[in-house]
Write a protein that binds this ligand. Structure first.
Ligand SMILES: Cc1ncc(COP(=O)(O)O)c(C=O)c1O
Length: 434
């Protein structure tokens, strides 16, 4: 079914409004495919997290996981909203730095940070490096020695918690490429190395159990495991952690079937659990850090496409193709992600048929939505796919040498281009002739 949209988001021309701007005007002004962010929705999500923590009277930090979507304007927005941000590569770090984002509010993640990336992080004096493995401890000590510097770190632990989400976005299970394994004693071994390093200041612990999590129970188990570790560090070495970082993973509503726990509820439960556990284990109450990505930008993002070819296969499917696809949104092909969509220029019209909404890429798997009910599309109708703000543009590719879309921010009836559409010249800008 086309998504049922609230009446106040539909204008007199039967067009979908996004952030007070007519979606058809956005498509006409900036072209398609186009990624549109409703900035008000991003700010609202950040505020929901802030309010939830403040209500519970704890020390906290919200560190936006910029892998969900990042660009100069996004880091500027985060800076204005006074939240921290994670980066996972030299590239994200570079862009954050270019945006004049405070380096002290950056946490640097990754399971295979290079010499160059760690050097850059040390030179920029990022707030925290989340140390992931033994090689990284050695490399970091070496770089700090070379540069005669020190740095704050958290230790990433694999807590052995299954988050009950898709295998590729589940990271907390023991057999994972991320973090120090708890069961085999790697965590204790790494603690000794970090705690004795003269140049590394261990500030606390980190885990991330997965993404698009709907149930609280995974977080509860994660908290128990991490606080047990902290209690052990306290007992064995009299170490007090300043920071307990629970990662991200807060689920969002892509389709009517998705029922995520509310931000208010999950933060209330998390803070209550940490208060109880720290008291029971007689350790200092740490600052609670979270790293939401999807829940900040997911529902704020809209992908706009023009319809092109259509096809009906006798005893098969009806197909309608759009001018984008897996190059700007790989999630349906990568992990069967589900989305809802509508015809944004005919938003109140009745659905007539069921379609496979397909892209223009040379892959049979380039299907954005299966079994989508729509009014019968005309050529150049405007399709909106909802909730594409997380891991859409940020995973975009130039597959088939299609161009990456433009990105626009909208707020209070105004739009602003924040990432230009690629040009054909961009496609050859790095190429060299024989
Ligand atoms: C370490 C870490 N933190 C935070 C996130 C953000 O997760 P989400 O976008 O589900 O909130 C991820 C996502 O993969 C991650 O790996």
């Amino acid at each position: 079914m086309s998504r049922q949209v609230e009446q106040e988001l539909i204008n007199q021309n039967n067009h979908l409004m996004i952030g007070g701007v007519d979606s058809v005007k956005l498509a006409n002004d900036y072209g398609t495919p186009l990624v549109v962010y409703d900035v008000h929705k991003i700010k609202k999500q950040l505020n929901l997290f802030k309010q939830a923590f403040e209500k519970n009277n704890v020390d906290y930090v919200i560190s936006y996981a910029s892998k969900a979507f990042s660009c100069i304007a996004m880091y500027q927005l985060l800076k204005n909203e006074k939240v921290h941000s994670d980066v996972v590569s030299g590239g994200e770090l570079y862009v954050a730095h270019k945006a004049d984002f405070p380096m002290n509010n950056i946490s640097f993640h990754g399971n295979n940070k290079t010499y160059q990336e760690l050097s850059m992080a040390v030179d920029y004096q990022v707030g925290l490096i989340i140390v992931d493995n033994f090689n990284e401890i050695d490399l970091l000590n070496q770089i700090l020695e070379e540069k005669n510097q020190t740095i704050n770190v958290l230790m990433r632990v694999t807590p052995g918690v299954e988050a009950h989400t898709h295998e590729y976005i589940s990271t907390g299970q023991t057999d994972s490429k991320f973090g120090f394994d708890l069961e085999s004693g790697q965590v204790e071994q790494a603690f000794k190395l970090l705690n004795k390093s003269k140049r590394i200041n261990l500030k606390g612990i980190h885990a991330h159990i997965g993404s698009q999590i709907f149930a609280y129970e995974g977080f509860e188990q994660e908290i128990k495991v991490l606080i047990d570790v902290l209690a052990n560090w306290k007992k064995e070495s009299n170490f007090d952690a300043d920071i307990l970082n629970l990662g991200g993973g807060f689920g969002i509503k892509y389709t009517a079937d998705d029922q995520p726990i509310s931000i208010d509820q999950v933060i209330q439960k998390i803070t209550a659990e940490i208060k109880i556990q720290t008291k029971e284990q007689e350790i200092k109450m740490p600052s609670i850090w979270i790293e939401p990505g999807r829940s900040i930008v997911g529902e704020a993002g809209y992908s706009l496409y023009r319809t092109g070819s259509t096809k009906s296969v006798p005893n098969g499917h009806n197909y309608v193709a759009v001018d984008g696809g897996m190059g700007d949104n790989i999630r349906p092909a990568l992990y069967q992600a589900k989305y809802e969509a509508s015809l944004a220029n005919r938003i109140n019209e009745k659905d007539e048929k069921t379609y496979e909404l397909v892209g223009k890429y040379c892959e049979s798997g380039d299907i954005l939505i299966h079994d989508l009910k729509l009014p019968i599309p005309n050529l150049n109708d405007l399709v909106v796919v909802y909730d594409t703000g997380a891991y859409g543009y940020s995973m975009a590719s130039n597959y088939n040498l299609n161009l990456k879309p433009a990105v626009v921010f909208v707020e209070n009836g105004k739009s602003q281009l924040v990432i230009k559409r690629q040009s054909f010249e961009d496609l050859v800008s790095l190429d060299l002739s024989l």
